[in-house]
Design a binder for this molecule. Structure first.
Ligand SMILES: Cc1cc2nc3c(=O)[nH]c(=O)nc-3n(C[C@H](O)[C@H](O)[C@H](O)COP(=O)(O)OP(=O)(O)OC[C@H]3O[C@@H](n4cnc5c(N)ncnc54)[C@H](O)[C@@H]3O)c2cc1C
Length: 309
């Protein structure tokens, strides 16, 4: 009886995966003002990962709940190779500055639209008046607050004029017979490009872990969130759940940070005030006026409720 219900459950899940795949494939999910992410193909499923893992762990138990337990174990203990048994292939349309960050993830196969061969895509990512951000004061690689619509409107107007001028110049060169490979050199980084991008689930989780993170640039985070939430999550629900629990939404504590918590706990100071935190901080941080590691430690402890706001 148990065997029959497990069999039924597996068949039901397999059918559900096919329906899910069909509803996602070739659907262009919009990102930014003219970009998209589109699932082209998938190889494997949660079951394929489990199947590969069982080669190392033997037959063992095989019930549905065991698949979930095994996937969570693999993710928790960074037994990563079984996740390489699944792959997804996407077609993406991305502004070139965002693509420049994306392409740094080397463990993917890429084939990009060629502007040596074809006319560059006539679309550039424009920033809405209310979406311009200030430079972060604490993170040289990040943004601060929103600039506001009054200043933003002027920046958007200037951007649109610049995009038009750059495009007109490009088309003027093409019209005069200049080679495409040379005519393109003054196109802005906001110009959209398109590429096929194929990656295994292990390396995709690395990409998503870095690019869905709050400190990643907002534009690439938009793409990563669509890929994660709208494609990977429905196709690999159990792996996604493990990834979210143990990587994406987890908080990693360094040895130094653990020692700060231990000092607070020993002194009975949890939840702690900012003064308590200051007294319990790492001795080497004490005399530093600015210390990024201390700021990060405080942010984690505040997030965990160990230090009060
Ligand atoms: C917040 C942030 C800021 C960044 N700032 C910069 C910057 O200022 N300048 C800049 O150039 N880049 C920057 N990067 C890009 C970053 O350095 C990585 O290139 C990018 O995140 C890809 O990560 P990865 O190497 O883990 O991914 P992949 O290239 O997909 O590699 C995955 C894993 O495979 C292994 N691997 C891949 N290739 C090799 C290799 N050749 N040798 C050994 N192991 C390999 C490694 O274990 C690696 O972690 C930044 C990234 C982030 C997230």
């Amino acid at each position: 009886m148990l065997c029959l219900s497990v069999l039924f459950w597996k068949r039901f899940n397999r059918k559900r995966s096919f329906i899910m795949l069909d509803s996602l494939r070739w659907k262009k999910i919009p990102v930014l003002d003219d970009g998209f992410v589109c699932l082209v193909d998938v190889m494997g499923s949660d079951r394929a990962i489990v199947q590969a893992a069982r080669v190392s762990y033997g037959e063992g138990t095989k019930s549905v709940s065991d698949d979930r337990t095994l996937l969570r174990y693999l993710m928790r203990h960074q037994h990563t190779t079984p996740f390489e048994m699944a792959e997804i292939k996407l077609l993406v349309r991305v502004p070139m500055d965002c693509w420049r960050q994306w392409i740094r993830h080397r463990t993917a196969s890429v084939n990009e639209y060629s502007t040596r061969y074809s006319i560059a895509i006539d679309a550039a990512y424009s920033t809405e008046p209310d979406a311009w951000r200030t430079q972060s004061q604490t993170n040289r690689q990040g943004s601060g607050i929103l600039l506001g619509t009054a200043a933003g409107q002027q920046l958007t107007n200037e951007e649109q004029a610049f995009h038009k001028q750059a495009r007109d110049l490009y088309e003027h060169r093409i019209g005069l017979g200049v080679a495409r490979e040379q005519a393109r050199k003054d196109l802005p980084l906001s110009t959209y490009t398109e590429a096929y991008w194929k990656i295994d689930l292990h390396n995709l989780f690395r990409f998503l872990g870095l690019r869905m993170e709050a400190s990643a640039q907002w534009e690439i985070r938009e793409y990563a969130t669509v890929i994660g939430e709208q494609i990977v999550k429905p196709l690999f629900p159990l792996s996604w759940e493990a990834f979210a629990d143990y990587l994406l939404e987890s908080v990693r504590l360094s040895k130094l940070e653990q020692e700060v918590i231990q000092r607070l706990a020993l002194r009975g100071k949890v939840p702690a005030t900012l003064d308590d935190f200051s007294a319990a901080q790492v001795p080497a941080w004490q005399n530093l006026e600015r210390c990024r590691e201390r700021d990060e430690c405080l942010a984690k402890l505040q997030f965990l409720g160990i230090v009060k706001e």
